[in-house]
Design a protein around this ligand. Structure first.
Ligand code: ASP
Ligand code: ASP
Length: 357
């Protein structure tokens, strides 16, 4: 081989190392990747970054490159990650399935490797397949932030839900621990079967002492073995569940994932819609959450969504702070002196403990 050929064949970027997991310590694939210390660090940094002067904050990741790779529609999550990265001064590039070679069938791995060759230092991924974020991490070795993988996880949503819950029920708490949410019942109602939001919350909130009650019809919440899910239980009667809740988290019916499942929507509303009347009668103090998008008049009435108990838009604002913190973590900035982010715990997308939530 001529020396020129050898040079030509040299890849632009170093080959991806074949080393097995653990992940890049900046990745956030599952909420379980965060130890309690790391969780506290993320919450603390979210608060600090939110309070920081925007003109100094944007030096933190000045000119660092963050790619957003979105294979599914998203309004809040995408905008929030993008604004969060920009707030820290990073350059962002958005690749979405509607405007890229993804449409032409390029694989997730190849798209990821190309983004890496373009200098992306972290990738925020939303993918319709459960486990997509793990695959991208394995193939690029970059810090990957899971912005929702199929019906599996949505870790930043659970973190922003937690921050919203703390702001309402534990204002002023500086550090969370296994008892912080003791005595708090969070009812998650609706399309549990297809919900990555439910799963991430089921993993996170009980670690801080909360009881998570899942509520929904058999179609959307099949009988599942919850023995591997401490602190999580099922209550089919929405009114009974509401009565014991401090937090009522409502979920959208994910029409795009129903795959032929027929639902009687009128019956669904009769049993599970969060109405002003139900809220006033059964949970007049409860905080109402919803990850969005809300379908007014289906799982929740417009009056409740806009009403005084709703913290739905606060969740969105908390999301921005949380995403600044996890992007900063991904790029290794903001780590306290002398402390490294440490190797992430190994989770696998199949670490589902028998539940299909
Ligand atoms: N799916 C919702 C939206 O379109 C929220 C999200 O992106 O997570 O905004
Ligand atoms: N926004 C959430 C998600 O992306 C919930 C939803 O889409 O209904 O999973």
């Amino acid at each position: 081989m001529s020396p020129t050929a050898a040079i030509r064949r040299k890849p632009h970027t170093p080959p991806v190392s074949a080393s097995p997991f653990p992940y890049n310590p900046g990745s956030l694939l599952s909420v379980n990747d965060l130890s309690l210390d790391e969780l506290n660090h993320v919450l603390e940094r979210a608060t600090a970054l939110e309070a920081q002067d925007p003109l100094t904050r944007d030096h933190i990741l000045a000119k660092r490159r963050v790619a957003l790779l979105f294979y599914e529609a998203s309004t809040r999550t995408r905008t929030s990650f993008e604004l969060a990265a920009k707030a820290l001064g990073a350059d962002t590039a958005l690749v979405s399935n509607l405007s890229s070679s993804i449409e032409k069938g390029e694989s997730l791995k190849d798209t990821g490797l190309n983004l890496r060759a373009l200098g992306a230092e972290a990738i925020i991924l939303r993918h319709s397949s459960s486990g997509g974020a793990w695959l991208l991490e394995e193939s690029t070795r970059l810090p990957i932030l899971n912005a929702g993988d199929g019906m599996h996880e949505h870790p930043t949503q659970a973190l922003l839900d937690l921050r919203t819950i703390l702001a309402h029920l534990r204002p002023g708490v500086k550090e969370v621990g296994p008892e912080t949410l003791a005595g708090v019942t969070v009812t998650i109602t609706g399309d549990i079967l297809h919900s990555r939001v439910a799963r991430s919350n089921m993993l996170l909130l009980p670690r801080l002492g909360a009881q998570v009650v899942l509520c929904g019809s058999k179609e959307l919440l099949p009988e599942i073995d919850l023995s591997g899910w401490p602190g999580v239980s099922i209550e089919r009667n929405f009114e009974a569940a509401l009565e014991r809740s401090q937090i009522a988290m409502m979920l959208r019916i994910q029409a795009e994932r129903l795959a032929g499942l027929q639902l009687d929507l009128e019956e669904y509303k009769a049993h599970y819609q969060l109405t002003g009347e139900r809220l006033a009668r059964l949970a007049p103090e409860a905080v109402v959450l919803h990850p969005g998008p809300i379908i007014r008049g289906l799982e929740i009435t417009g009056g409740v969504a806009d009403g005084p108990q709703s913290a739905i838009l606060e969740q969105v604002t908390h999301g921005l702070a949380i995403r600044m913190a996890v992007i900063e973590r991904a790029l290794g900035a903001g780590t306290p002196a002398g402390k490294t982010a440490g190797p992430a715990k190994k989770t696998t997308p199949q670490q589902k403990k028998g539940a299909r939530a």
